[in-house]
Ligand binder design. Structure first.
Ligand SMILES: NC(=O)c1ccc[n+]([C@@H]2O[C@H](COP(=O)([O-])OP(=O)(O)OC[C@H]3O[C@@H](n4cnc5c(N)ncnc54)[C@H](O)[C@@H]3O)[C@@H](O)[C@H]2O)c1
Length: 446
């Protein structure tokens, strides 16, 4: 099938590369000049496991063509996927400018029937409005299908190739046919299913799914606070919850809360939509408030240990990306932690397996950077761990303790573990003073 994908970010580039790899002829359209230049040079502008190899292969074989010209791409395509960003505005609502700009440009260039699938996360009713706007502009028939994306960064390629579900929301049976044909082989290769529902429900389902995940994160973090207050261990509580098949283990890790480019903005957009519809959502309000407090929990623990004033102190920060397997710093709890520590005068050495370049672009010379996790510890009197990269868990606790133990200091070597990645008892044995999330009080404080 001939396909166009408009917006080559995390969602669009994965979609374009996977479809090209499956034998389709894909035009990827990108408007950002810097991103376009990288892509045309065969580079992938962000880190996603396996993606750069897949993109290079698709470009080499000719299945993927990258362009900035939306009208050329659309003329030659049977389906156009819109994968542009829908970032938050200051009031929490979704900024749909890129979506409508792309839609209008598509409509202006359409000389025959146009089928558009919206993969961007959009407020309920957006596809109705987009279809009307495009129909006013186009000389040909336009159909807009809601096709929300559920992939998770860090395992996006597997999620695309073997999706749990593909959701299609449409007002037109005919518009669905090409999309069903396109997705069926992917759905059948895994254990997923195609879910065909009405367009507004498809738009809302994406927010409801992210709301459910966010609720679990805030719930476990709230229990973690209680564990700290009453001397219980959240990791032990979690085992009990996770072993109940009605509850299950996923999204129940106590830590620094959710971040990234999706959950936070989708929750604020959901609340904005509810307010506009005069519908109260106290549960969603509460889960958001819990998360806002949780994101600076590690900085709080450091202040508890070292006092309000941190100037003259150096700390190492491991893990900057909002989750392992990604270099994305958008809404990362690590960034809020770093900002708070810098505000209090601390000097910082940062390490992340994938996100250091993005951190350099953000902080420049205001912090120091280390090329390895252990070298980040040199001269530091505490380690703060913000992202649960599995390779960090493999590092020796005694090697960590050796590097941050300096006898002339009057504070013991602290490990602030914002993701409960290390074992508190082992950390204590290695000579570290361990503070985790929801487990500090259950262990000797050293
Ligand atoms: N990142 C995720 O894990 C994820 C998962 C599910 C859903 N989503 C949703 O998918 C959408 C895209 O997310 P993302 O993370 O890929 O965003 P992104 O910001 O990484 O990428 C969007 C891309 O679209 C490009 N763009 C904007 N306007 C354009 C235009 N007119 N023509 C061509 N290109 C244009 C931008 O330059 C950018 O490269 C958002 O609505 C997001 O909420 C994201």
């Amino acid at each position: 099938m001939r396909i166009a994908v408009v917006g080559l970010g995390y969602v669009g580039l994965v979609q374009a590369a996977c479809l090209a790899d499956a034998g389709h002829r894909v035009s990827g359209v990108e408007s950002d000049e810097a991103r376009l230049r990288l892509l045309l040079g065969g580079e992938t502008p962000f880190y996603e496991p396996g993606l750069s190899e897949l993109v290079r292969r698709a470009l080499d074989r000719g299945g993927l063509r990258i362009t900035s010209e939306i009208d050329v791409a659309v003329c030659q395509s049977e389906v156009v996927f819109l994968t542009v960003g829908t970032p938050p505005r200051a009031d929490g609502s979704s900024n749909l400018d890129a979506l409508f700009e792309a839609g209008e440009a598509l409509a202006a260039g359409a000389s025959s029937a146009l089928l558009v699938a919206v993969k961007s996360t959009v407020p309920v009713g957006t596809c109705d409005d987009l279809e009307s706007a495009m129909r006013r502009r186009a000389d040909a028939r336009v159909d807009v299908v809601a096709n929300p994306e559920f992939l998770a960064q860090g395992r996006a390629i597997a999620d695309f190739r073997e999706p749990r579900r593909v959701v299609l929301g449409s007002t037109s049976e005919a518009a669905l046919e090409p999309l069903l044909a396109l997705y069926r082989p992917f759905v059948e290769s895994g254990s997923g299913r195609l879910v065909v529902i009405d367009r507004r429900s498809a738009e809302l389902a994406k927010y409801a799914a992210n709301g459910a995940l966010a609720l679990r994160v805030s719930m476990i973090n709230e229990y973690a606070r209680l564990c700290d207050a009453v001397g219980a261990d959240i990791e032990e509580v979690r085992q009990v919850l996770a072993s109940d098949p009605r509850i299950g283990p996923h999204f129940l890790e106590a830590g620094l809360g959710f971040g990234g480019s999706c959950l936070p903005k989708d929750i604020t957009s959901l609340l904005h939509q509810a307010r506009a519809a005069d519908c109260e959502m106290p549960l969603v309000e509460a889960l958001y408030a819990v998360n806002q407090g949780q994101r600076t929990r590690l900085a709080e623990l450091a202040v508890e240990a070292f006092g309000d004033e941190l100037s003259g102190r150096r700390f190492a920060v491991w893990g900057l990306a909002f989750k392992p397997g990604s270099d994305d710093l958008r809404e990362s709890p690590a960034i809020l932690t770093i900002d708070e520590l810098l505000r209090r005068g601390a000097r910082l050495t940062l390490y992340d397996p994938a996100a250091l370049d993005n951190a350099r672009a953000l902080y420049g010379g205001r912090v120091d950077y280390a090329s390895t996790a252990l070298s980040a510890l040199e001269g530091a009197e505490a380690l703060l761990l913000c992202t649960a990269w599995p390779e960090l868990a493999q590092l020796s606790l005694s090697a960590i303790a050796e590097r941050i133990s300096t006898p002339e200091r009057n504070t013991p070597p602290y490990l602030f573990d914002g993701r409960n990645l290390f074992d508190p008892v082992e950390a204590g044995r290695a000579g570290l003073v361990y503070r985790g999330v929801g487990r500090g009080r259950a262990f000797p404080s050293g």
